[in-house]
Ligand binder design. Structure first.
Ligand code: ADP
Ligand code: ADP
Length: 236
């Protein structure tokens, strides 16, 4: 799905402008990296897409549909989020954490009884394999896994419902460089193989250059660069 930011601004009560007139259109199937230092506005921009924050001016449109209270219940079914600190249920098994990615699409009785439909179980198994998790990991509690394994769980959970949009907020910030690259490769595959629109915030220039189709650099809530990774190399 296409994401469009129309003169999007977010001002905090203390006067800070987290976002200041963002004007961008991200085409479906793009792996777009939001690059910027801490406080640049990356997280706020991502959170405006799934309604965790709301704009003080302007709008976000998904396939032309304005993100607001009315459209959000439907849109949220197509949007997944990946977090820096993984956001797993620490004492839950790896498998339970991955299945949690499908909960919003299931009737309550299935969630409560743990009787998941077979196709979803097969999907979870396929995803766990795709992200490189083994059966032993999935039986263990999430808190007993390494950071890299926990982020793989977080990714598998996010991919459960084939989201059209994936919002990844500093998904590699808690990982070592090698593991971070693997996580980036898994996110890029969602764009390449399924046509998901992936918006991923990062502060590492090298990772952005290596993986992004498009880099949008933010500074103090404004876009200071927008283009292909090669173009960034020439300018800086
Ligand atoms: P980034 O993700 O690039 O680190 P953020 O979007 O988290 O940036 O923050 C952008 C700016 O907005 C920062 O100055 C931050 O301190 C401020 N900010 C973020 N959330 C809030 C909030 N809930 N209330 C007030 N200021 C906030
Ligand atoms: P992260 O490191 O995961 O980006 P932050 O420490 O930036 O998290 O922010 C954590 C929470 O605090 C967020 O919900 C953000 O909106 C809020 N926040 C960030 N900066 C401020 C601020 N200056 N004033 C009030 N709330 C803030």
């Amino acid at each position: 799905m296409e994401i469009r930011f129309e003169q999007l601004s977010r001002t905090w009560p203390d006067g800070t402008r987290a976002l200041d007139g963002i004007e961008l259109t991200i085409a479906a199937g793009t792996f777009c990296v939001l690059l910027g230092h801490s406080g640049a506005g990356k997280s706020t921009l991502l959170r405006c897409v799934n309604g965790l924050e709301s704009p003080t001016a302007g709008a976000v449109l998904v396939n032309g549909l304005r993100v607001d209270r009315r459209s959000l219940p439907l849109l949220r079914k197509r949007i997944a989020m990946v977090h820096q600190h993984f956001g797993l249920v620490a004492r839950g098994s790896g498998a339970a954490n991955v299945m949690a990615g499908a909960v919003s699409a299931l009737p309550l009785w299935r969630v409560l009884t743990g009787l998941y439909p077979e196709p979803l179980k097969r999907k979870a198994c396929a995803l766990m394999e795709a992200v490189g998790l083994e059966e032993a990991h999935l039986r263990r509690r999430a808190e007993q896994l390494s950071g890299g394994q926990q982020q793989r769980l977080g990714l598998a959970r996010a991919f459960m419902l084939d989201p059209a949009i994936i919002l990844a907020d500093e998904p590699v910030a808690s990982l070592d460089p090698g593991t971070g690259r693997e996580a980036m490769a898994l996110l890029r595959r969602q764009a390449r193989e399924r046509g998901a629109t992936v918006l991923c915030s990062l502060h590492q220039l090298d990772l952005a250059r290596a993986f992004a189709d498009r880099i949008v650099a933010l500074h103090r809530g404004r876009v200071i660069f927008d283009g292909r990774p090669e173009a960034l190399r020439e300018r800086d």
